[in-house]
Each structure stands twice: as structure tokens, then as C-alpha cells.
Ligand binder design. Structure first.
Ligand code: ISJ
Length: 130
């Protein structure tokens, strides 16, 4: 009995078959078990973190082109980044309608962290203008 395998209040089992289905037959399954889905999610997270580390190195190097704290913040560029990633996510919004909001909110958090770090890195630089 499902309620014995998975009592209320317990986390879902990772090897059990699905217990629900989408009413819309166009929604295709990605994997047969929750365990498989979580493996895919873990692999994607590793890739995302690797890409974020590469992005961080670009942000660090951007510091060499800034003269002051306003240029570190570069608010117009930030707005452009948020617009761009939102537009990219909108291309997938048929499959996942909330994605543009999720992506934009994530980027607002990410870029705030990157800008704060860039501000600290700026203190480790010196002008080479004569
Ligand atoms: C990397 C830059 O510096 C900052 C970091 C940004 C980012 O993480 O995308 C964008 C603008 C700046 O706030 C830049 O000016 O391009």
C-alpha cells in the first residue's frame, strides 16, 4: 500500500513509480523515477556551478576596465543582462511558464553578489593611467 511505503510527512521515495500524472498529455516525462531526475539535476547543477565559476573570472577581469565604484556597478549593463536572460528564458516559457521570473530573480541575486565581490577586488587594483 502506498501509504505504508511512503507515510505522510516522509520524503518521496527515489525508486518508486510515479503517483500522479499531468492531465495534459503533451507534458512528456523526463525520467522514470525521482532518483533518475535527481541524478540529472545534480549533473546539471555541477555544470551550472562550473559555468558560474567561468563567469566569475570574467567579472573579476572586468575590474581592470573600471575607474570607480559607479563603473564597478555599471547599472545600465546590469539592466541589459537582466533583460537578455529574461528574453532567453521566454523562449522556454511554453514548457515552463514561470521560467522568465525564476531566471531574472536568480540573475538579480547572482549579479548583486558578483558586483559586491567586484567592489572588493577593485580595492586590490591600482590605476595605470598617467
Ligand atoms: C562584469 C561587469 O561588472 C559588473 C557585473 C555584471 C555582471 O555580473 O554581469 C554586470 C555589470 C557590472 O555591475 C561589467 O561591467 O560588465
Amino acid at each position: 500500500m502506498t501509504s505504508l511505503q511512503n507515510p505522510a510527512g516522509a520524503e518521496p521515495g527515489v525508486t518508486n513509480p510515479p503517483v500522479r500524472r499531468f492531465k495534459d498529455p503533451a507534458v512528456q516525462p523526463v525520467a522514470a523515477t525521482l532518483g533518475e531526475l535527481r541524478e540529472r539535476i545534480d549533473t546539471l547543477d555541477a555544470q551550472i556551478v562550473q559555468l558560474l565559476a567561468q563567469r566569475a573570472l570574467c567579472v573579476r577581469d572586468a575590474t581592470r576596465f573600471k575607474r570607480d565604484a559607479f563603473q564597478v556597478r555599471a547599472p545600465e549593463r546590469q539592466a541589459e543582462v537582466f533583460r537578455r536572460v529574461r528574453q532567453l528564458a521566454e523562449q522556454h516559457a511554453d514548457a515552463f511558464p514561470g521560467l522568465p521570473d525564476i531566471v531574472e530573480a536568480s540573475y538579480r541575486t547572482l549579479v548583486a553578489g558578483f558586483v559586491a565581490a567586484e567592489g572588493q577586488l577593485f580595492e586590490q587594483t591600482e590605476s595605470i593611467e598617467t
